[in-house]
Design a protein around this ligand. Structure first.
Ligand code: SF4
Length: 343
């Protein structure tokens, strides 16, 4: 039995002793439902697949024909490749809720950092090729398992497949927010095409300085800060700040992740100021403490160690000084722990 309150769906059972709540129509629906009702979703699929003819999905702009089987920097084929799909409980609490975030890990990556924690999947392409129909079935399976969203991890290079799969899944009952979980290395022009399809944007903002982005990516990405800023501004224009239901579960909005790195490599101070000055002070920001020396990071002296408690506390203090008011709950708990560590 569903309880309805304030237009949001509560999945807990109503007690027979509770006063009957006058039913209101359930109003929330994912963005793509509106686009489909307007008859525009199929056209958007065609627009995305046309980009494969001369792939410029991301700032690498390889210009190769993926529809004809060519592969660009990301090494992704035309057919989508997936490593795994499952409910995930390690994401931000508004995504995880009670039943987990419905995570789909895509193989390959258009950025490729030297400290990648998922390098077998992102760099080496572990995973299997599936059809758009099978991808749609994965989305429906995650919904069936009770997940609160479809969390698309590293989605940029397979956007045509994702949009087509979302269309198929919607036609078969999908009714969850799509969460676009990206490295941030995006073209704003392409993000614009996602307007009305994605409900939750979850970009990283990894580097504020082009020289650092160039140094710590296998194929230099000097333009990373500039491209990521443009993309995040467009994401915020589309979905605004995070909106949640009565259970605290995210329905839509922008959530930004920033990983604190050793020796101030990530430019955290600049990052929090940029968010405060260019987005909203209420932007959901997760300042992450879990940097690990992975993959090739041990070859780079500056990032060949974990961060210190002092570095994490400094990062969180910058965020507070910048006036950010919607910091991730677990990051605030980490802040307290690290602060006690150095007191
Ligand atoms: S998605 Fe891949 S092939 Fe397309 S432009 Fe980016 S790196 Fe190149």
């Amino acid at each position: 039995m569903f309880c309805l309150a304030g237009g949001s769906l509560l999945l807990s059972a109503c007690s027979p002793h509770e006063e009957a709540v006058e039913e209101e129509p359930y109003t929330w629906q994912p963005a793509y439902a509106t686009l489909a009702a307007e008859g525009k979703l199929k056209d958007r699929v065609k627009q995305f697949y046309a980009i494969f003819d001369k792939c410029e999905l991301c700032p690498r702009r390889c210009g190769i024909n993926r529809n004809a089987g060519e592969e660009g920097f990301c090494q992704a084929p035309k057919q989508v490749m997936v490593y795994s799909h499952q409910p995930h409980f390690g994401e931000e609490l508004p995504l995880v809720g009670n039943n987990g975030s419905g995570t789909i890990f895509f193989s390959n990556c258009n950025l490729r950092c030297v400290f990648c924690q998922n390098y077998p999947i992102a760099h080496e392409g572990w995973g299997r090729k599936i059809s758009d129909q099978e991808l749609a079935e994965m989305m429906l399976d995650l919904q069936q398992k009770g997940c609160h969203n479809i969390n698309l991890v590293t989605p940029t290079h397979v956007l045509p497949n994702i949009v087509n799969a979302a269309r198929i899944a919607f036609e078969n009952g999908l009714n969850l927010p799509l969460c676009y979980n990206t490295s941030g290395y995006e073209r704003a022009e392409v993000v614009k095409l996602l307007d009305g399809i994605v409900d939750i944007y979850l970009p990283d903002f990894k580097f504020m300085d082009g020289a650092e982005a160039e140094r710590y990516n296998l194929a230099e990405a000097y333009d990373y800060p500039q491209k990521t800023k443009q993309a995040i501004l467009e994401m915020h224009r589309q979905v605004g700040d995070i909106a949640k239901d009565e259970r605290g579960i995210a329905l839509s909005g922008l959530m930004i992740r920033h990983l604190v790195m050793p020796n101030r490599v990530a430019g955290t101070e600049k990052f929090v100021r940029w968010v405060a000055d260019n987005l909203s002070k209420d932007t959901y920001v997760n300042i992450m403490a879990q940097y690990r020396v992975e993959f090739k990071a041990f070859e780079y002296e500056e990032i060949a160690r974990a961060i210190t408690s002092e570095e994490y506390v400094e990062a969180m203090e910058w965020a507070k000084e910048a006036g950010l008011t919607n910091l991730d709950e677990r990051s605030l708990a980490q802040f307290e722990l690290h602060r006690r560590e150095i007191d």
